[in-house]
Design a protein around this ligand. Structure first.
Ligand code: SF4
Length: 290
């Protein structure tokens, strides 16, 4: 398999074959994101991708494949259909293909086009909301509005594809901490995804957000303030059926909550942690990672 640069995938795709169909992120402008810095975006040729698929086809049955890099759903429909069609034909036991997308990529596809991809085993789309607060989205230069995020989520669900949404605790700084958490819970409810992953902001050297921190434009919430954000967000979430996790290594309090069934239990636990304010209850700083 030929990989260019560092490869990122969602934690839930740890056992998937990673097939790099594009290099980098076509937008690459979010202030906090370091993932694809230094990579010039390009879509790989079908010949390059075919070579990797042919090689992987010898490994044995591969039930899950993840298409990298950052927003591979931007690949034009006819090319994506060709890639997925070839994957389906060659990979024994293929059950599900996953992909990163941003809301604008999703909205460039019609519901019928998404359904066509679903027929070819595209089973899950990972989308970064980061925040449901308009001002925060503007500050972090996310390339989609709240309305676009919600419309994109509805289109994915209409096509019968699973939706996993990522949010970022702390991204509003102390100034917008409460608004960020409350609005994120409300927007997530409208998106009503099957999965939500909460990460905590970690500042990576060289990113624009590092300059905001250095200039004092952004002040990071404390660990307990981040946990308060998590509680506010969960309290504002009204889901049909969603598995929500904050067990990513960046978080201070790892939780796995099936909502709505376990919502009150999670809120009670967060209340207790905030009451006790015991640092022993948190993941130690040295164990946090992106
Ligand atoms: S859209 Fe995603 S991958 Fe691209 S810069 Fe923003 S956070 Fe990073």
């Amino acid at each position: 398999m030929k990989y260019e640069g560092m490869i990122y995938r969602p934690p839930s795709e740890a056992n998937s074959l990673i097939l790099q169909v594009a290099v980098g992120c076509s937008y690459n402008g979010c202030t906090f994101c370091h993932s694809f810095q230094g990579k010039t975006f390009r879509i790989k040729s079908f010949e390059e991708i075919k070579e990797d698929i042919d090689e992987a086809a010898h490994y044995g049955p591969i039930p899950r494949v993840f298409l990298a890099d950052g927003d591979a759903l931007i690949i034009p429909q006819k090319d994506l259909v060709r890639i997925l069609g070839y994957l389906k034909q060659k990979m024994r036991g293929l059950e599900r293909v996953g992909i990163y997308a941003n809301a604008v990529d999703v909205l460039k596809k019609t519901a019928d086009e998404l359904k066509e991809l679903k027929e070819l085993r595209l089973g899950i789309i990972y989308l970064g909301l980061e925040s449901g607060n308009r001002e925060v989205l503007k500050r972090i230069r996310k390339n989609a509005t709240v309305e676009q995020m919600i419309r994109a989520a509805k289109r994915v669900k209409e096509a019968g594809i699973l939706l996993s949404v990522t949010v970022l605790l702390g991204i509003g700084g102390t100034e917008l901490s409460h608004e960020h958490a409350e609005d994120t819970g409300k927007v997530l409810s409208e998106m009503d995804p099957e999965y939500v992953g909460a990460l905590s902001l970690m500042i990576v050297p060289g990113t624009p957000i590092e300059r905001d921190l250095a200039s004092g434009k952004l002040v990071l919430p404390t660990p307990f303030e981040l946990i308060r954000e998590l509680g506010t967000m969960i309290a504002n979430c009204r889901f049909t059926d969603c598995f929500s996790a904050s067990n990513h290594a960046s978080n201070y309090l790892p939780l796995r909550v099936r909502m709505p069934a376990e919502k009150e239990k999670a809120l009670e636990l967060i209340r207790k942690v905030l009451e006790r304010r015991d640092p022993e209850l948190l993941r130690p700083e040295y164990m946090r990672a992106l």
